[in-house]
Design a binder for this molecule. Structure first.
Ligand SMILES: Cc1cc2nc3c(=O)[nH]c(=O)nc-3n(C[C@H](O)[C@H](O)[C@H](O)COP(=O)(O)O)c2cc1C
Length: 190
């Protein structure tokens, strides 16, 4: 078995606005999730779950966001509201990665949240390996208690990310990456 640097180094996000259909069907999505759940997980707690937002549910969520945005700011501009209305309608499939962070005697919450973050990254990789484009987004809906309630999250659950998945309409733009040589140092005993 060889793991290719080419595959790892080719990863980049495709902006959600540039993702269109077709998206992954059930089989393709489940195949991606098989890879996405292979994350380091201290204590094997499986501190994550998935919620799919697809089809008509995307616009319904957009309408809900507009209502909530107006509650938060009755003077919100039409441009702001339009962004919220369309937030989930570009990509055909959005997977909310939900961290499950209930009380735990042994494993710190931050470590369990880290595992859920790894899932988002692994899902980005898997989507690209399957020929799709993807982007990990949050934004205010990921932190708004009313929205979280409407998405069915429990008190001890958090949105780690909305992973938007679809067919790229453009070749995703590359951006400058950090130079690891500038980030690496050696510890030496004083
Ligand atoms: C936790 C997290 C939340 C993010 N939320 C947003 C967001 O709400 N909006 C946004 O434009 N990018 C967001 N990003 C950044 C994109 O996922 C992505 O990294 C960016 O488009 C650069 O692309 P790249 O993955 O090719 O570096 C977020 C990234 C992380 C890790």
């Amino acid at each position: 078995m060889t793991l290719s640097f080419d595959c790892l180094d080719a990863r980049r996000s495709t902006p959600s606005r540039q993702l269109a259909g077709p998206g992954p069907d059930d089989a393709a999505l489940l195949r991606m999730l098989v890879s996405a759940v292979r994350v380091p997980d201290h204590g094997k707690r499986v501190p994550f779950r998935f919620l799919r937002i697809a089809g008509a549910a995307r616009a319904e969520l957009g309408a809900l966001l507009v209502d909530r945005a107006l509650q938060r700011d009755p003077d919100a501009s039409e441009a702001v509201l339009d962004k919220d209305r369309k937030r989930f309608t570009h990509a055909p499939v959005v997977i909310a990665v939900i961290a499950r962070l209930g009380p735990d005697d042994k494993i710190p919450e931050s470590e369990r949240a880290s595992s859920a973050s790894c899932v988002c990254f692994a899902l980005l990789q898997a989507a690209q390996a399957a020929g799709f484009g993807a982007q990990w987004l949050t934004g205010w809906p990921a932190y708004d208690p009313v929205v979280l309630g409407r998405l069915g999250l429990a008190e001890d659950e958090r949105i780690t990310g909305f992973v938007h998945i679809g067919t790229p309409q453009i070749e995703a733009p590359e951006r400058e990456r950090p130079d690891p040589r500038a980030l690496l140092s050696d510890w030496v005993a004083a």
